[in-house]
Design a protein around this ligand. Structure first.
Ligand code: VGL
Ligand code: ZN
Length: 257
């Protein structure tokens, strides 16, 4: 692209490529704030992360997230919601409705909450089992009452297919279906995605990994996220930084946008 022509300039086509793929990203950044799953069930309901091994308090993300919403001029704000039908595959109490494969690390009889089973295919499917949570239209699926909802923000619902779980806000765990986030980010020419919320090592991590894979400049806001397991939180951070993502404290965000 940078080879010099006779006159020392790049041609029209080459310039268009540079502009679209590189220069525009720098001179016209479009920033998006994605608040992941700050819902009652993860904070004080059935999948209360304070009862998980990391013993973190999900409610603590609300205040720093609100402060960012009040002080930083993001181009668009998205709120994702885990939004499961009652017969969802991830609920441990729905286990009897499905067939666990013989290669599963635990049988249907032995399986307990937080275990991973393999469901019969085709194709075989690995699935971590969770307590019933974020059932569509229930109190547990509502966003925390103190979370600020800004004007013109967009809600993204995921995990709505009873047979497939969805940790990433981009698409389900089998990559069968995109959420509307994918097309809305394209439409807005988003370049930078600031991600935080619950749970750090599950949906926040999966979403950040996908954002990086697509090629977005991805910023994970550490103090606005809480998780399930300390080792998995460390793994999430390593995945983000090793893929050129950035992990920041919320106090650093205002200067970046
Ligand atoms: C989540 C477990 C199950 C999350 C969703 O939002 O991180 N975790 N479903
Ligand atoms: Zn879920």
């Amino acid at each position: 692209v940078f080879d010099k022509k006779k006159d020392g300039l790049i041609d029209r086509e080459e310039f268009a490529f540079c502009w679209n793929n590189w220069i525009k990203k720098i001179v016209r950044p479009v920033s998006v704030f994605l608040v992941v799953d700050v819902q009652n069930d993860f904070i004080s309901g059935t999948l209360n992360i304070s009862q998980c091994s990391a013993r973190q308090n999900g409610a603590e993300v609300v205040e720093p997230i609100n402060k960012l919403l009040e002080t930083v001029k993001f181009d668009t704000v998205f709120y994702s919601l885990d939004w499961h039908p009652s017969d969802h595959v991830s609920f441990i109490d729905n286990l009897p409705q499905r067939k666990v494969h013989s290669s599963s690390p635990v049988s249907a009889e032995e399986a307990r909450t937080y275990d991973t089973v393999i469901f019969e295919g085709p194709p075989l499917m690995k699935q971590r089992l969770w307590p019933r949570h974020c059932v569509q239209d229930s109190w547990g699926a509502e966003l925390h009452k103190d979370l600020k909802i800004v004007d013109n923000s967009i809600k993204i619902y995921k995990g709505t297919n009873p047979e497939v779980d969805s940790y990433s806000v981009f698409w389900d765990n089998k990559k069968l279906t995109d959420t509307t986030l994918v097309s809305q980010l394209q439409e807005k020419n988003a370049t930078d995605i600031y991600i935080c919320g619950l749970a750090y090592d599950v949906c926040v991590g999966a979403t950040a990994a996908d954002a990086l894979a697509i090629g977005y400049r991805t910023i994970l806001i550490d103090d606005c996220s809480r998780g399930v397991d300390l080792k998995d939180i460390e793994k999430t951070k390593n995945t983000v930084t090793s893929n050129n993502g950035v992990i920041v404290d919320s106090s650093q965000v205002k200067a970046m946008v």
